[in-house]
Each structure stands twice: as structure tokens, then as C-alpha cells.
Design a protein around this ligand. Sequence first.
Ligand SMILES: [Fe+2]
Length: 230
Amino acid sequence: MSFTLPPLPFSTNALAARGMSQETLELHHGKHHQAYVTALNNLVDRNAALKSKTLEQLILLSHKDSALQSVFNNAGQHWNHCVFWESLSAQGGRMPGALEKRVIADFGSVQKFQEEFKAASAEQFGSGWVWLVLAPEGKLKISKSANASSPLASGEGRVLLTLDVWEHAYYVDFRNRRPDFTENFLSKLADFERAAQKLAQTQAEPVQPARAPAAQAARGQAAHGPQPAA
Ligand SMILES: [Fe+2]
């Protein structure tokens, strides 16, 4: 059984009026994300020890193992992109009250949260990701990771939301202007409703490592596709 590219949770033209074009989504999802899935399947096919592993297990197994760097890169990018598609919405940018309260409590204000998020995006040198996580100590935090890494790999917390800051995510629509792409994400695309749902779900569960994107698990992916860590 192979990993499969999950469908987008919206049509490829659904976000065009909010700054993410159909061309970007067709390339980013249909070409870039597909390439990670294809490469991962090829790597797993050639290594019997990997064939029974879930996506999360592959990420944790290959993290910091130089012999499995390619597995980590492609498994990580598959997982990261699944989270990213769930972090976008045509009704994005609106923060529900319950999440806003937590943001104010943990960052000081919504504005400070946005400033910290934008700074993380700007300071991530080269390719990477910006994350909103529930840290192990119970506070919301922003973190950034390089290339294919993530809070799942580093143990920094449970992921609620992410922004892909690889250049392929924004070059068609924003050219080299990553700050404008980040501002547009926070104001028009970020699915804070789903982030709030993930926060509520996470707080209702016992403390565990980061879990797979909820929609992925719900879609019943392939036998060793994204699954809950529980
Ligand atoms: Fe990407």
C-alpha cells in the first residue's frame, strides 16, 4: 500500500480572490506535494524495514538519521503539506473568540501574535515553515523549522496551524515578497476556526506527541498513510 496525495479541502480556484491563485495551488499541490509523495513511495518500496511504518513513524524514525535523510525529507514534506492545506480557508483570517482569548493570554495581544508570526517567517533563512503550536507546557507558541522539519519531528508541541515559506508557495503570486505573502495569509487565508478546533481537541486528550492532520485521518488514507498518533 502506498501513500497517496490527499485532495485539497477546497477547489483550486477557491482562494484566488484571497491571494492564492489557481496556478499556485495546481503547482504546489499537484506538482510539488505530489513529487514528495512519489519520492517517498519509491524510497519505502526499496527498504523493507520501512514498509509497515505510518507516516509519523517514518518521520520520527528518520529524524537525525543521516542514512535516512531522503526518507525524512519526503515524509516530512508530505506531512507538512497535509497540515498546510488544512491551514487555509476561503473564509480565513477570522479568529474565533475562544482562540483569540488564548492568543491574548499567551502572546499579549492578537497584534503581538501577528508580529511574532511575521518575524518568524521573515527570519527563516531559506526554505521552511512557520507553526502555531500548543507547546508541551500548555502555552501557545510560534516556532519555525527549516526544510522538511516540523514540531512533530522536534517535539516542540502539537501543531494547530502552519505556513509554508518555501519559495514555491508564494513566488507565482508574490514573487520574492515573503512578508506580503505572510501578511496575506494571516489576514485572508489562515483557517483559525480549524486551529481553534484542533486546540479544543488537543486539550481534551491526554498529552501525546503531535498528531496527524485531522482531515487526513478522517479520509482513511492508505494503510501506512497519515494516521492519529494515538
Ligand atoms: Fe510547499
